[in-house]
Design a protein around this ligand. Structure first.
Ligand SMILES: NC(=O)c1ccc[n+]([C@@H]2O[C@H](COP(=O)([O-])OP(=O)(O)OC[C@H]3O[C@@H](n4cnc5c(N)ncnc54)[C@H](O)[C@@H]3O)[C@@H](O)[C@H]2O)c1
Length: 283
């Protein structure tokens, strides 16, 4: 039995909202913290309208939708996470920002609480080491969109206790996910294998091998993927994708991980994908 009853989520972006929905649907009490009250309120709106679509498709009742929303409270105050049994950080993919956040969480969250990160690539041990409880820090990496994707990677930094990763696995399973245990290496399993492919798709476009639509069509039809690489990059977010590639390159120095110029220029231009309504395609 998991010892978790209250889950804190820090960050109100794509993944923060998804994590809040997943945890509340699993029956946990959820506290979501955003830096602003507007950001926090937007999470409730996003989860509420996502669940309303489920009701419209008759996949859940209105009563179930209400009960899930009632389990989520939102705040702009980090102190509200004090009593959480597990806090999952899901802010921007930037090591310095995450380290600062973990140092703050260390002061706020009760000593028995587990502190987890949803990072896609960053070294989890570096977050563990800014706390006084490195044995209780691990990665719990959900995929996008979190409510739909089956996999969770549980990351075990050198410092984490077996108990911490076991609780993380139990919690992921309680959310209806399949959990895999992975060592603390940049990109873990999925992104270490996925991002050279995405990066090389952009390189292929740069080289004029085929059009964007034809590359997407080729990978869907030829590999039975549900979407092509450009659709996936727009879904993940080009800024997040670039940060993931940078972290992979920093760790392995493999040229396949060196983000191609088009990606960098698009991020500089604010073309971030679906979240900015303009990426490789317009939304
Ligand atoms: N997008 C994906 O497909 C995906 C999948 C799995 C994991 N992740 C990981 O989840 C995390 C969040 O990614 P996302 O896609 O939700 O990003 P996002 O851009 O949608 O949201 C980022 C969040 O971070 C907040 N933020 C930005 N700067 C901050 C700061 N200085 N201090 C505190 N908060 C700050 C923003 O307000 C926002 O709420 C990242 O670590 C990312 O690698 C992303």
């Amino acid at each position: 039995m998991s010892k978790i009853s209250c889950v804190g989520v820090v960050g109100s972006g794509i993944m923060g909202s998804g994590l809040a929905e997943v945890a509340a649907r699993a029956g946990f009490d959820v506290v979501v913290r955003s830096r602003t009250q507007e950001g926090a309120d937007a999470v409730l709106d996003r989860v509420g309208s996502g669940l309303a679509r489920q009701v419209a498709k008759e996949r859940m009742t209105e009563e179930e939708r209400r009960a899930i929303l009632d389990r989520i409270s939102v705040t702009d105050h980090l102190g509200r996470l004090a009593d959480c049994d597990l806090v999952i950080e899901s802010v921007v993919e930037d090591l310095a920002i995450k380290r600062e956040l973990f140092a703050e969480l260390e002061q706020i969250v009760k000593p028995a609480g587990i502190l987890a990160t949803n990072t896609s690539t960053l070294p989890v041990v570096e977050l563990a080491m800014v706390t006084q409880r490195p044995d209780k820090v691990c990665g719990i990496h959900f995929f996008n969109p979190a409510p739909a994707m089956k996999l969770v990677e549980v990351i075990k930094p050198l410092t984490a206790s077996k108990k911490t990763t076991s609780v993380a696995v139990e919690c992921a399973e309680a959310c209806g996910k399949d959990a895999v245990l992975v060592e603390d290496r940049a990109g873990f399993v999925v992104n270490a294998l996925l991002f050279p492919y995405l990066n090389n798709a952009v390189r292929m476009l740069e080289q004029g091998t085929a059009s964007m639509d034809d590359i997407d069509t080729a990978m869907m039809g030829g590999c039975n993927f549900p979407m092509g690489p450009f659709a996936l990059l727009d879904l993940v977010g080009l800024d997040t994708s670039m940060s993931i590639l940078d972290a992979l390159y920093e760790e392995f120095r493999d040229p396949n991980y060196a983000a191609v110029p088009t990606l960098r220029r698009m991020v500089a231009a604010g073309h971030l994908g679906r979240k900015s309504k303009q990426g490789f395609r317009a939304y």
